[in-house]
Design a protein around this ligand. Structure first.
Ligand code: CO
Length: 435
């Protein structure tokens, strides 16, 4: 039985989270509702057994954890990892320019989006703005334009006759600029753009110092298919996995019955390699785990024992079989939407899975009555990667890479199967409840 309500929650979660900064705010709201306490990295931590806590680093990476009653040295951390960012377009610092009266925004490509999918969509802007507050301190706030203010219109087929034979190719520097206004001769693009930002943030233009702004799609998530067996939205990679991890950890049974120390780590910057102070290749997770062991007065040996007992599930989306493109898959590793979470293997360590972590995950699937599938990428195509190999290498803990199958990864409009999300939440709950 599909619990449509839970998929509806996922769609709302994504719609509330147009950027990584908004995704972390959406997650934080759920944590506050569940009585989690925010920890500040600049303040000494004092932690209680059974306590629920979270840490945010730079607004777009978040680690949440629940301390178990069991000895940490004897049971370790059970961690679900995922990423908060998605590929797309980011606005340059000197964003606005004008061409024949049309104001456009200069953009940089963030990660590896399918650029053609950004054309002819109801795009808008969201992110965060830093400014001087009344006392002269630097403050920042999130910003989101609700209505569609941007668009990248296609060139008509009459001027691009080969588009259907050669595909839509956009020059990355000159043909990707979103249009946002039609200006008079007196209006200058940058002041006009600053004025828009000022209105949207209730700030004066001279207060604003800097920003991080992303292009997002205003179209809301939807179900599709004759029996509503599929869903579509932007950023399914990888907000769906963040949502599944969060739902599993906040589950009543998990919170009430789990004896172990449970965590979710959701990182920004995965799509650009994770090399940052908030990314999975940075120190954020290891810093937090170390601070937990220090706050619990574990000595160095017991801290090492805790890590040796730990397990990381790196949850990220997988490539579902597309019936129009059968040649894109290894013939024995087609994975299908709505047939359960995918275990990802790669001999070259693009995924962190190995036979023992796979065996363990299969047991959790069996115990939770959840089907599973195996994925392995073709040799003649470059395989993507995840936070799994980076985070497990950094911490020295066992890990597996898994995730729900989806179509059109890195399109601005991705899609997946509704059953898989339920299955993933179920098996992650099993992991958190396991002894
Ligand atoms: Co991903």
């Amino acid at each position: 039985m599909i619990k449509r309500q839970s998929i509806k929650k996922l769609l709302d979660f994504i719609d509330d989270s147009p950027t990584p900064w908004h995704a972390v705010a959406t997650i934080e709201a759920a944590l506050i509702a569940a009585q989690f306490i925010r920890l500040d990295e600049t303040v000494k931590w004092s932690l209680q057994a059974g306590g629920r806590y979270y840490v945010i680093r730079d607004d777009s990476s978040i680690i949440l954890f629940v301390l178990g009653q069991k000895s940490l040295a004897d049971s370790g951390f059970k961690i679900v990892g995922a990423h908060t960012d998605s590929p797309g377009l980011r606005i340059r610092p000197n964003g606005a320019q004008v061409s024949n009266g049309f104001a456009q925004l200069g953009v940089e490509i963030y990660g590896g989006p399918i650029l053609a999918t950004f054309t002819d969509r109801d795009l808008s802007l969201a992110g965060r703005v830093s400014y001087s507050d009344e006392q002269g301190y630097i403050a920042h706030k999130r910003i989101r334009f609700g209505q569609s203010v941007l668009r990248i219109p296609n060139l008509a087929i009459h001027m691009n006759r080969s588009v259907n034979d050669e595909g839509l190719k956009l020059h990355k520097q000159t043909e990707l600029l979103p249009l946002f206004a039609q200006l008079t001769e007196e209006q200058l693009p940058n002041p006009y753009f600053m004025q828009l930002l000022a209105q949207a943030t209730n700030l004066d233009t001279d207060q604003m110092l800097s920003w991080d702004l992303a292009v997002y799609d205003t179209q809301k998530g939807t179900f599709w298919g004759a029996a509503n067996e599929f869903y579509a939205n932007s950023q399914i990679d990888n907000l769906a996995s963040c949502h599944a991890g969060l739902q599993a950890l906040l589950d009543e049974q998990v919170l009430n019955q789990s004896q172990g120390t449970l965590a979710c780590a959701f990182f920004d910057h995965e799509e650009v390699g994770s090399e940052s102070h908030i990314g999975a290749a940075g120190s954020f997770l290891s810093d937090c785990l170390q601070r937990i062991t220090l706050a619990l007065n574990l000595d160095r040996e017991d801290s090492a024992r805790a890590l040796a007992h730990s397990f990381l599930i790196s949850a990220d989306m997988a490539h579902a079989y597309h019936p129009n493109f059968p040649a894109a898959y290894d013939v024995n590793h087609k994975v299908f939407v709505n047939r359960g979470p995918v275990i990802k293997s790669n001999a070259n360590r693009r995924y962190s899975s190995e036979s023992i972590s796979i065996a363990q995950f299969i047991r959790w699937c069996q115990d939770a009555d959840v089907p599973y599938q195996h994925y392995s990428h073709r040799n003649d195509l470059a395989c993507g990667s995840t936070i799994g190999p980076l985070a497990s290498a950094k911490l020295g803990i066992r890990s597996i890479d898994i995730g729900c199958p989806m179509w059109a990864m890195h399109s601005i409009r991705e899609s997946a199967g509704v059953y898989d999300h339920e299955y993933l939440i179920k098996v992650l709950k099993q992991f958190f409840l396991s002894v």
